[in-house]
Ligand binder design. Sequence first.
Ligand code: SPD
Length: 290
Amino acid sequence: VTAPTRFSLQYSEYWRHNTGLTFGIKALLHSERSPFQHVEVYETDAFGHMMTLDGVIMITDYDEFVYHEMIAHPALCLLQDAKRALVIGGGDGGAAREALRHPSLTRLDLVEIDEAVVEAAKRFFPQLSASFGDERLKLHLVDGTAFVKEAPKGHYDFILVDSTDPVGIAEGLFTREFYEACRSLLTPRGVMVVQSESPFDPVNGHVVKDVRRLFESLFPIAETYLASTPSYPYGLWSFTLGSRSLHPLRDYDAEAAHRSPFADELRYYTPQVHTAAFALPAFVRQLLSE
Ligand code: SPD
């Protein structure tokens, strides 16, 4: 946090070459070194509350809906009748909140390594962490890579990986070994989605391609899709979807998605956005083909 000449506080996340994103800050609400990372919550001037982990922005009140809707609904609307879901990471509860909008879900296992993230979310992001009060959600405070080795095979209709960037504690969530273990937990119709970084990012952009390649080697169907995320690096984020049998466009029923009981409550995801999200700009297609 720096104090510029107009004497207000600012928070900057630097991406590369002294370039990044800066927020005006009203207050530092919470700062804690958990056994895993530095958890902080700020009150920003324009984006509401903001959580950072080791100095990297994870959530702001203003735009969290984009990421959380887009990591959950494309796959769940494709599946239509998913019953058992597994969320790895996402200890703030945002991805779980979106998944639990689907009335077909009977159980959601949320596996988060860091209890401090859950507690900070409960305290400062009640709109996200309300999902912890849903009786279908079971919280497991363990390492996701260990959980997937022990979980029952062929059990989950949907697996979602809402990780931090692929450094430090999240590195293991971007490996072939981890994805293979996840695949073994899926039902034959099951779908898996992971966050796969920004295609604009010169540092982590290779993850878009690396994850896509790994998914192509593990699933007959592997697709990348995009969403606009103002508070994440470069403002454009990618997700990678894998499935043994369901294609996100060919097997998608837009009419059914329109009829979802919660369709009017969403602020980003619509059936039109679903289809558009898989239409990749030329530079992303190029990145994926390199
Ligand atoms: N560069 C930040 C990427 C963070 C992705 N996960 C965010 C967790 C929000 N539930």
